[in-house]
Structure formats: structure tokens, C-alpha cells
Design a protein around this ligand. Structure first.
Ligand code: AMP
Length: 112
């Protein structure tokens, strides 16, 4: 997607603070962190929501979750973290490229 900011990050056209990269995913620091540690994991392939998952993309997301589990301690998240995927307008998805927020580094509240 030409106008997608995360595709531009994947292509290196916009700088990012990368903490992990392989051939199918990228993890970088959120530019406006909501918590002490706030990372974003994106698939390198552009798609917007889980409604667009096929078998291949679902398997990729499974590997991405596995990677988070393996690397979270190295990212300073050994005490726990929260994963959030905002989907669509009412959830406040502002970038139309699927991304997993990885939030932590401090106690997180969970209340309405
Ligand atoms: P969402 O609102 O769920 O779509 O999340 C989009 C996230 O992308 C927000 O938390 C933004 O702060 C973050 N963001 C937007 N542009 C950049 C960028 N250039 N580098 C890092 N994070 C970004």
C-alpha cells in the first residue's frame, strides 16, 4: 500500500526504532508510547484486520505470538505485558495495517 505509514517503515522510507526483524515481521517502538514500554509488531505484508486472515496469514500471526512470548523478557517485559489489536473505527484503529500493541514495563490497569 503506497500511502500506508507502516508499509513505509517496512521499506525503510520512514525511520523506526526497531527491536526485532525477520523476513515476515517487524517490531518497533511506538512513537507515542502509552506505557513505559510500548512496542508494535507488524506483519510485513499489508492487510488491515483479522477479517482478512487466510490460513497463511493466520499461521504467520501464530508465529508472531510465539516470537513475542520468546522475546518479551529481552524487551524488559518479564513481569508481564498486554497485547492489543485495535480493529476498525470504533476501536480507534488509526493505521490500516494490522499491528499488535505490546504494552508493559509498569503495572497495567484493567477496568471500565
Ligand atoms: P492504532 O491506533 O491501534 O491504529 O495504533 C497505531 C499506533 O501507531 C499508535 O499507537 C501510534 O502512536 C503509532 N504510530 C504511528 N506512526 C508511527 C511511527 N511512525 N512510528 C512508530 N509508531 C507510530
Amino acid at each position: 500500500m503506497e500511502d500506508c505509514i507502516f508499509c513505509k517503515i517496512v521499506k525503510g522510507e520512514i525511520p523506526s526504532a526497531k527491536v526485532y526483524e525477520d523476513d515476515e515481521i517487524l517490531v518497533f517502538k511506538d512513537i507515542e508510547p502509552l506505557t513505559k514500554i510500548h512496542l508494535l509488531l507488524i506483519p510485513k505484508e499489508h492487510f488491515k484486520t483479522v477479517a482478512e486472515l487466510d490460513g497463511k496469514r493466520a499461521a504467520l500471526l501464530g508465529r508472531a505470538l510465539q516470537k513475542i512470548g520468546a522475546l518479551a523478557p529481552a524487551w524488559g517485559l518479564e513481569k508481564g505485558y498486554r497485547l492489543v489489536i485495535n480493529q476498525g473505527e470504533e476501536a480507534g484503529q488509526s493505521v490500516p495495517h494490522l499491528h499488535i500493541h505490546i504494552l508493559g514495563g509498569e503495572p497495567l490497569r484493567w477496568e471500565k
